[in-house]
Design a protein around this ligand. Structure first.
Ligand SMILES: Cc1ncc(COP(=O)(O)O)c(C=O)c1O
Length: 409
């Protein structure tokens, strides 16, 4: 079974939008296009149910029901409990809220392991715990390979370790980290495992229960949806950590770690992402409806196969170019299709501008993985050139990018 690209692209209004014709989107790791199901749901919410939700009158009741339905469906697709799904304004905000909770839970001298491979959202919030006496331990990447090695974690774990925070997949390196194994190691040391899934989730929703993470974070605006952060927080930790919301809501699991107050319309509109995934599943696997976690697995495999085929020629072309440093692995099967390079004698900003003139959108800079870029020996102010694909990227677009790179590199 292979991905029906025509079907998939027909679900994204951006591909038929006249002002975007000829534009090739290679900055998906920053923000993906939104699927039509999300845009429709947002429009419907604002048109029909834009009132305070959860009262008994219509349309308030319907607004609340749409929000509840989103929570239930996300939980089913991620294979976690409904009370374990939290919607916040962003992943950065979610980690800050959680860090605030940990500040009230941990004791001075407790140890927290952070990496230098992560986006700062999964580093800085935990580093600030040092202000309250917690001891930070940095798990560093190999400066040549940009990889985190398991031995590095093992050397840092002790009976004092309380938290281990790492990424499923770096937004620059792209390697798929062995999440289950590292969560098991953290748990064996008695620590909480916090996993940043932001760079992974667009490539297929994970089975969070199977990964074993206590906290799993991702951002819906990179997963074809609205600008929200999803935080899965294991029930036992919801109960153990101090409430960050209003005191009278302390007994409500969904209110305890999202004090900002949720964006009602966007939560309701996130149903559209699930609608999209369901449509992809139904189109490719007709027959009796499978369980959500099963659909998630099938869609994930479909996306992965398409993405690996798309990105391998780009990886091969870049690897062959003199003066180009390809960050991360050469084998598409071992990484997300987020590809970063640095080029001798050429600034990423200039290269991105040259590609932009050909209507090819790529990223440049440190992409907030400041510490990683620095560890790789690159100036963080300049960073890298980043080209990121998702399942809807067409073969012809990749070919166009490769040809454009031939001219500018
Ligand atoms: C890997 C990774 N983690 C975390 C974040 C932060 O997400 P948000 O923008 O939702 O705060 C990003 C954003 O680019 C990211 O790429």
């Amino acid at each position: 079974m292979s991905l029906d690209l025509e079907f998939v692209r027909a679900q994204f209004p951006a591909f038929s939008e006249p002002s975007l014709l000829g534009f090739a989107h290679f900055e998906n790791a920053g923000g993906s296009f939104a699927c039509r199901q999300v845009i429709d749901a947002l429009q419907q919410f604002y048109t029909r149910t834009k009132v305070q939700p959860y009262y008994g009158f219509e349309p308030s009741r319907s607004a609340g029901l749409a929000m509840d339905r989103a929570r239930t469906r996300w939980a089913a697709w991620l294979n976690v409990g409904t009370d374990e799904v939290h919607f916040g304004p962003s992943t950065s905000q979610n980690t800050f809220n959680l860090a605030q909770a940990l500040r009230g839970y941990l004791r001075p001298g407790d140890e927290v392991v952070v990496t230098n491979q992560d986006h700062e959202a999964n580093i800085g919030a935990w580093r600030r715990l040092a202000e309250a006496g917690m001891v930070l331990r940095e798990w560093r990447v190999d400066p040549e390979t940009a990889e985190l090695e398991t031995a590095g974690l093992e050397a840092l774990l002790s009976e004092r370790t309380r938290v281990v925070a790492f990424t499923h997949c770096s937004n620059i390196v792209g390697s798929i980290n062995p999440v289950r194994h590292w969560c098991d190691l953290a748990h064996a040391a008695g620590a909480l495992a916090i996993v940043d899934g932001v760079s992974w989730a667009p490539h297929g929703l994970p089975d969070v229960a199977a990964l074993g993470a206590d906290v799993y974070l991702f951002s819906l605006y990179k997963v074809y949806g609205p600008h929200l952060g999803v935080m899965v927080l294991a029930r036992q930790w919801n109960e153990a950590l101090p409430n960050q919301g209003h005191f009278f809501n302390a007994g409500k699991p969904a209110y305890r770690f999202t004090p900002a107050g949720p964006d009602h319309a966007q939560i309701a509109a996130s149903n559209g992402v699930i609608d999209y995934f369901e449509a992809v599943h139904a189109h490719h696997f007709p027959g009796p409806e499978a369980l959500p976690a099963e659909q998630a697995r099938a869609v994930r495999e479909l996306f992965r196969k398409a993405e690996c085929a798309r990105v391998q020629p780009l990886l091969d072309a870049l690897r062959a170019k003199p003066g180009v440093r390809l960050i991360g692995r050469n084998d598409a099967a071992e990484r997300a299709p987020t590809v970063s390079i640095s080029v001798q004698g050429k600034r990423p900003e200039e290269l991105a501008a040259a590609l932009a003139r050909q209507r090819i959108g790529v990223g440049n800079g440190n992409c907030y993985a400041w510490r990683l870029v620095e560890a790789l020996g690159l100036p963080p102010e300049q960073g890298v050139l980043r080209m990121s694909l998702v399942h809807y990227t067409a073969k012809e677009e990749v070919q166009r990018l490769i040809e454009a790179l031939d001219q500018v590199l």
